[in-house]
Design a binder for this molecule. Structure first.
Ligand code: PFF
Length: 446
């Protein structure tokens, strides 16, 4: 028997938990930094509402209609609606992309866990730019340490998923999500007190369109899928546990708003410290790990707030990792009739092993470069830029073109009013076109 959420609020918390992650707290501030601040934020908001939101609605809709793991859901719906069980490949692709992403996501979340501990024991005190960079280099150079932190984080994820939908997933998000919001608000207040807050507000909310490049559009779109966890079957798996009669559109809107507000708050926590300490906002992946320790090292009670920051990042990554593991575990439980514990341990163990490729990319194999760069960069590229847009495209095409009108309007319970027509237009035309542009761009065709 398959689990279900105890309420609509639990579902919203879980999807928000999956959406809010490294993407919001680490990546959003940094890509905003690289793409000119306010104008990019506006562009990103446009993508989230015009492309991300309709696909999110489609994924939940398919999940609830199929009521199985994403692979079985697509097989069943494919047969019912389109005459072909081959649609299950869409589910398979999503599950594989999810595990590939989890393999590196867990490694980075492990860094965050390690940094929380480093901050707690006061290792950032008096850190300057050179020592922060050296510390990061030494830390990522030690593959055994990275592997161990990756193992700790993966074990935390397996533990929750093994416990089931209501006892594991739901309980975890009910505790972690409010905690996360409180920690974030505390950090924003701290940054406002000790950092350059006004400069941050101008930077984030005053658009200067001359700063936007053609690339920015693509970056905004790509990030909108990643941050909303679209195309990986996660939302579909979660939608399968959604009670009948819950409004899919209202739940999705809540998730999108929460994810967006949290990304903006993360910007308001990170940038004041960056600007206030004369650091570089476009530092890239090192922004959080190399730059913030310098700020926390100089500020009052920096080790406490540094610990809070890295715990926040770890918790956000945790609720996302749970989502990444769930579809594959649901598949093993339903298809192979194994217990959730066996499913979670086996999939978690294999994904942990796959993470070795990411771990080694920062040290032993850092000179091994091909395609997009290191092994890690290739895995990220394959999952995020190829598999993810491809399955998101197929999901929106299926929901918009293959599924019959009656099925989708019945499931969405929106009748055939303006809202329903709006969703159909976005999912049939706007979203597929946007994805095609990203995909072609990613493989260098345009
Ligand atoms: N949305 C997460 C983030 O922004 O960090 C990443 C993610 C989590 C993607 C879960 C996909 C997913 F299934």
């Amino acid at each position: 028997m398959h689990g279900h959420w105890s309420s609509r609020a639990a579902f919203i918390l879980a999807v928000t938990g999956s959406a809010v992650g490294l993407g919001n707290i680490w990546k959003f501030p940094y890509i905003t930094g690289e793409n000119g601040g306010g104008a990019f934020v506006l562009l990103y908001l446009g993508c989230v509402f015009a492309v991300g939101m309709p696909i999110l609605v489609s994924e939940v809709l398919l999940g609830r209609r199929g009521r199985r793991n994403p692979i079985a859901t697509m097989a069943i719906l494919g047969q019912e609606e389109g005459g072909s069980r081959h649609w299950r490949l869409v589910g398979t692709m999503g599950v594989i992309a999810g595990l590939l992403i989890l393999s590196f996501y867990s490694v980075i979340a492990g860094w965050s866990l390690a940094y929380a501990l480093k901050s707690a024991v006061g290792s950032f005190a008096g850190t300057d730019a050179r020592s922060a960079a050296f510390e990061f280099f030494t830390f990522t150079g030690n593959w055994k340490a990275l592997l161990a932190w990756h193992a700790v984080f993966m074990a935390m994820t397996v533990f929750v998923v093994a416990a089931g939908v209501q006892h594991g997933l739901e309980r975890a998000v009910r505790v972690l999500m409010p905690l996360l919001v409180v920690m974030l608000l505390v950090l924003v207040a701290y940054s406002a007190r000790y950092g350059a807050f006004e400069e941050t507000l101008v930077y984030l909310f005053k658009p200067d369109f001359s700063e936007l490049s053609g690339e920015s559009m693509l970056i905004a779109l790509g990030h909108c899928f990643f941050t909303l966890s679209i195309g990986m079957g996660v939302v579909m798996a979660y939608g399968a546990y959604l009670p009948e009669g819950t409004s899919i559109a209202a739940s999705s809107l809540t998730v999108v708003l929460a994810d967006t507000v949290i990304a903006l708050l993360a910007g308001m926590a990170v940038f004041p410290l960056v600007f206030g300490n004369g650091l570089n906002p476009a530092e890239g992946p090192g922004l959080v790990f190399e730059t913030l320790p310098i700020a926390f090292g100089q500020l009052p009670a920096g080790s406490v707030f540094g610990t809070v920051f890295f715990l926040l990042l770890t918790f956000a990554a945790w609720t996302s990792a749970i989502g990444l593991l769930e579809p594959a575990v649901a598949w093993i439980v339903e298809r192979h009739q194994r217990s959730r514990v066996v499913g979670a341990v086996v999939v978690g163990g294999l994904t942990w092993l796959m993470g070795l490729a990411t771990v080694l990319s920062f040290n032993v194999l850092s000179d091994l470069r091909f395609g997009r760069g290191t092994l890690f960069q290739n895995i990220d590229f394959l999952a995020s830029n190829i598999l993810l847009p491809a399955s998101a495209l197929l999901i929106t095409v299926f929901a918009g073109w293959i599924m019959c009108r009656n099925s989708s309007s019945e499931e969405l319970a929106m009748g055939s009013g303006l809202l329903y027509k709006g969703w159909r237009l976005l999912s049939r035309v706007v979203a597929p076109l946007a994805i095609l542009v990203i995909a072609f761009r990613a493989v260098g065709v345009i």
